[in-house]
Design a binder for this molecule. Structure first.
Ligand SMILES: Nc1ncnc2c1ncn2[C@@H]1O[C@H](COP(=O)(O)OP(=O)(O)OP(=O)(O)O)[C@@H](O)[C@H]1O
Ligand SMILES: [Mg+2]
Length: 261
């Protein structure tokens, strides 16, 4: 639950917003996909999760959102143990999740999709809808169209907006930039950062490892169901083991991008 700040004698202790500790989890009895996987996010942080296909990235998010049974280990939200709670309880407690696919109701309109996101608190609908129209103007312009008519990127926006309707304190995102053009990917990353800056802790799985490490505060590299490496984007991008495994020659890119911010 606590963290020692590196680089200096001053140590700061921060409380985790959300933490997965030594999580063992899987879909089929006897077959574990996560083999003691840990991740922690502190207030205000945007965390990136990268790693090869099948490493368990999506499974980790699902385990944190009550969609995959946690056999041992724990998931905590602040001081509360939320291990294996039901998804609707987690939403009520302030956890939002945007899955990789099938994340909107295609036959409902955009506005109806957003209203569904707030079914637990209908009195706040107007206020939250207005906040989402501000954040995603393109959705406002097309609010009466069916979600099934949206492009991949617009669907991702709608799915994120729906999760944000409940004003979550933690937003779990599974590959928000998947399938988008480079320009749309960048828009998605920057919008996600903006959402994070409003005080929402973001935990994001990404295939685009380079951009993910540039934009996130810290990252985790998952391998075979475990958190194999963790650190700041720069640390990970400069770690020879991480470079050898996943990144190629990304370190310079990440450094030069950071200098511009
Ligand atoms: N619903 C499921 N039932 C059984 N096994 C599953 C299920 N979903 C995923 N798995 C298995 O769990 C392992 C990890 O899958 P997961 O989707 O977490 O990987 P990932 O790191 O998100 O990969 P990708 O980069 O391809 O999205 C894989 O071996 C996969 O086959
Ligand atoms: Mg996945």
């Amino acid at each position: 639950m606590t963290q020692q700040q590196s680089g200096g004698t001053a140590t700061e202790t921060r409380k985790a917003v959300v933490e997965a500790k030594d999580v063992v989890a899987g879909y089929i009895p006897g077959v574990n996909i996560l083999n003691g996987c840990s991740l922690v996010a502190y207030p205000g942080e945007m965390i990136g999760i990268i790693g090869p296909n099948g490493a368990g990235k999506s499974t980790l998010l699902k385990a944190m959102f009550g969609l995959v049974k946690v056999h041992s280990g724990s998931v905590t939200l602040g001081d509360r143990d939320i291990t294996n709670l039901r998804t609707n309880q987690l939403v009520e407690m302030g956890v939002g999740f945007v899955p990789q696919t099938n994340n909107v109701f295609p036959s409902l309109s955009i506005e109806e999709n957003l209203r569904m996101g707030l079914f637990l608190r209908p009195k706040k609908t107007r206020e939250r809808l207005d906040a989402m129209w501000d954040l995603f103007p393109v959705l406002h312009d097309r609010r009466n169209q069916s979600a099934g008519a949206l492009s991949g990127g617009e669907r991702q926006s709608l799915a994120m907006a729906r999760a944000l309707m409940m004003e979550p304190s933690v937003l779990l995102l599974d590959e928000p930039s998947a399938g988008l053009s480079p320009v749309r990917q960048d828009e998605t990353f920057l919008r996600t950062r903006r959402i994070n800056k409003t005080g929402v802790c973001v935990v994001m799985v990404e295939q685009n490892a380079r951009r993910c490490l540039q934009i996130c505060d810290r990252g985790y590299v998952l391998d075979q169901g475990k958190d194999a490496h963790t650190g700041t984007g720069r640390d990970l991008a400069n770690d020879p083991k991480v470079i050898a495994l996943y990144l190629g020659t990304l370190a310079e890119d990440v450094d030069s991008e950071r200098e511009q911010h």
